[in-house]
Design a protein around this ligand. Structure first.
Ligand SMILES: Cc1cc2nc3c(=O)[nH]c(=O)nc-3n(C[C@H](O)[C@H](O)[C@H](O)COP(=O)(O)OP(=O)(O)OC[C@H]3O[C@@H](n4cnc5c(N)ncnc54)[C@H](O)[C@@H]3O)c2cc1C
Length: 345
């Protein structure tokens, strides 16, 4: 079989690049072994403001201008709902935090997202004595549905191999790559944290940043916005809420832990007064880079091999934006922005 591209990994990175290839009329196949699951378990939130310090996320406006139409396009392509536009309510811990919020609201960059007036909480099922700061034009993407829909789509067209990619059986020459019976012009690795097992790119500085989430059933909570206190509480419908996430910089596994659950429940207990039940508990490893920017670019020696990784904590917003840059770089030889290129290391 001859194709333009092989993609390894079908998380958010792999999907955004695959879809770009399809839009541009390129042929490709994907290998994925489900060994990583950041994209499957992710909360899927998009939010252009760093809620600890009230600063803008790097290039957030530019990212959202690409990301939101991208997800809308997939909704139309597959007749599914992916994008849930939901405001965020930031729970203030003090008057000082309220003042910081007012100060930042005045800056024109964040005007599109931060609402100047504070909102008093009237819901007795959670505590917010210092009021709430509301963010608009934020939301969540149903990444689990996105992954399963895209997997099924590629599988039905014979473009997905559900198997581990074995780096040792890859043959490279100047104009092509050969993997088993597939000959391709180029190969793009999108393995998330799995990159550390890739002998071509595993010297790049990726840190594990494991995250755990629980889903709860809280019939009386009745919140139709994302509540940001010591944890995020995100409505999923049917009185279910995602609660998360933890950060663990040592554990490299996808296994949910008692320690992670306890941390989430302790934090939940400091804001919720309502009764709830735990429905599920999941974990995944975020592919995080020390400067919190993606890793894009060609291998310095094997130019047919490229990397699309390092999406960190914000894959939903940045992946469609980064996929466009990588495509233009590989097909038109356009330079990658210095902030995103692997050559910065
Ligand atoms: C708990 C948690 C909450 C999160 N919440 C959010 C959020 O609210 N908003 C947000 O934007 N981001 C969030 N993230 C981050 C987001 O999930 C990541 O940025 C994003 O999913 C990374 O996507 P990826 O495609 O690079 O990696 P992954 O999703 O890890 O995908 C990599 C794929 O490559 C495959 N693979 C790896 N090695 C091989 C191999 N050798 N052979 C075959 N296949 C292979 C894996 O099976 C996997 O399918 C969260 C992450 C976690 C863990």
């Amino acid at each position: 079989m001859k194709v333009d591209y092989i993609i390894v990994g079908l998380g958010i990175a792999g999907i955004t690049f695959a879809d770009k290839l399809e839009t541009e009329g390129k042929t490709f196949v994907v290998f994925d072994d489900m060994s990583q699951q950041a994209s499957i378990v992710a909360s899927g939130m998009y939010n252009p403001v760093v809620l600890k310090r009230f600063t803008p996320v790097w290039q957030s406006k530019e990212q959202l201008e690409v990301a939101l139409p991208f997800y809308r396009g997939l909704e139309e392509k597959f007749s599914i709902k992916l994008d849930y536009n939901l405001p965020i309510a930031r729970v203030f811990k003090s008057v000082e935090e309220q003042n910081n919020w007012f100060e930042v609201c005045d800056r024109h960059l964040l005007n599109d997202y931060m609402c100047q007036d504070l909102v008093a909480n009237t819901n007795t099922e959670f505590m917010a004595p210092f009021k709430l700061g509301m963010l608009k034009n934020t939301g969540r993407i149903d990444t689990k549905l996105l992954i399963s829909t895209y997997r099924n789509y590629l599988e039905s067209k014979g473009q997905l191999f559900s198997e581990k990619f074995d780096y040792n059986t890859l043959f490279l020459d100047k104009t092509s790559v050969k993997y088993h019976n597939v000959i391709a012009k180029k190969l793009v690795f999108c393995e998330g944290f799995g990159m550390l097992k890739n002998p071509f790119f595993n010297t790049l500085p990726m840190q594990e940043s494991k995250g755990e989430l629980i889903t709860i059933f809280a019939p009386k909570l009745n919140v139709d916005f994302m509540l940001k206190g010591p944890v995020f509480i995100m409505p999923l419908g049917n009185h279910q809420y995602k609660v998360g996430a933890t950060f663990n910089w040592k554990d490299k596994t996808n296994n949910p832990t008692e320690e992670g659950k306890k941390e989430l429940l302790d934090k939940l207990g400091s804001i919720l007064t309502t009764d709830y039940e735990i429905v599920s508990h999941v974990a995944g490893v975020r592919p995080t880079v020390k400067d919190r920017r993606p890793l894009l670019g060609k291998h310095p020696t094997y130019k047919n091999l490229s990397l699309f990784n390092g999406l960190g904590t914000r894959g939903v917003m940045i992946a469609p934006y980064a996929a466009n840059f990588l495509y233009e770089h590989l097909e038109k030889n356009n330079n990658l922005p210095q902030d995103l290129a692997i050559y910065r290391f």
